[in-house]
Design a protein around this ligand. Sequence first.
Ligand SMILES: [Zn+2]
Length: 96
Amino acid sequence: MATYRSWGEMYQDQAYARDWQCPHCGWAWMEDSEYLKYVVGFATELGRPPAFIGASSRVGGVIVECKRCFQKFWCHVIETMVQTMAIDDDRWPKSE
Ligand SMILES: [Zn+2]
């Protein structure tokens, strides 16, 4: 399993997004065809995780800037999601 490093915007108690939607205005981040464009950072250390994601598959959280209201929020991401995002986006530091 690859390890991932934090980059970009740091985690600072941004609101947690449930169901991949902006907690401020309801924008559905993951349904946007350009969802990667709104990722402003990735952090390996985050607040207390919700119970529904198994600890073994979590690798951190992405910090997203909302397309509609410009507030930031974060979502947990699992390994497979990070792999998909990192492949398509050069901003993600790659591990060897
Ligand atoms: Zn919003």
